[in-house]
Design a protein around this ligand. Structure first.
Ligand SMILES: NC(=O)c1ccc[n+]([C@@H]2O[C@H](COP(=O)([O-])OP(=O)(O)OC[C@H]3O[C@@H](n4cnc5c(N)ncnc54)[C@H](OP(=O)(O)O)[C@@H]3O)[C@@H](O)[C@H]2O)c1
Length: 161
């Protein structure tokens, strides 16, 4: 029979914005699957609180501060990660902000939104490329997005998704 499980406890996964919401749930699932999970958050207390919850799902859970909108924070995080783990298999770019309600589309906070939602993942991926290249498995990057990020979706169309 085929063995579908390609990962081991040495497989490392970073989740950004893992202190709540989808990021927290993804980190729980990765921990439950037995991977080494690096939980990151921009606030230490909120991040450590999440680590306590995630450790109920798996033992290999580590924490680091990471504000994806701050290039200095990205540099400090990547230096810490390289020193501690040396190789990376999975990056979950989950951290994001939106100041809009469900039917709003204001650009009032465009600068901070772009810094967080676009440049954050971009700069983080670029900084992590050397440790991705040390991975013994296929590297995987998961970018969470939204239909609003698509340029070819009509606002008047009805979607079944
Ligand atoms: N929920 C949905 O219906 C939905 C729909 C479409 C797309 N998405 C996408 O799914 C992802 C997660 O959504 P969610 O609903 O779980 O969001 P959420 O509950 O608002 O959580 C966002 C997470 O990102 C963190 N974050 C924000 N700015 C950050 C920064 N500069 N550095 C580090 N962390 C930062 C937040 O930290 P703090 O706690 O410190 O604020 C929080 O942990 C996002 O990428 C979002 O665009 C979600």
């Amino acid at each position: 029979m085929w063995e579908l499980r390609w990962w081991t406890s040495e497989t490392t996964a970073i989740v950004t914005g893992a202190n709540r919401g989808i990021g927290l749930e993804v980190a729980k699932l990765l921990a439950e699957s037995g991977l080494t999970v690096i939980v990151t958050a921009r606030d230490a207390a909120r991040g450590l609180n999440a680590v306590e919850l995630i450790r109920n799902h798996g033992p290999r859970v580590h924490f680091s501060l990471l504000d994806v909108a701050d290039p200095a924070s990205i540099a400090a995080f990547v230096a810490w990660f390289k020193d501690r783990f040396g190789q990376l298999d999975i990056l979950v770019n989950n951290a994001a902000i939106s100041f809009n309600g469900i039917h709003e589309n204001t650009v009032k906070h465009a600068e901070v939104v772009l810094k967080t939602n676009f440049y954050g993942p971009k700069l983080l991926i670029e900084a992590l490329l050397p440790v991705f290249r040390c991975s013994t498995s296929k590297s995987r990057i998961l970018n969470l997005s939204s239909r609003l990020g698509l340029t070819n979706v009509s606002h008047h169309s009805h979607s079944i998704f």
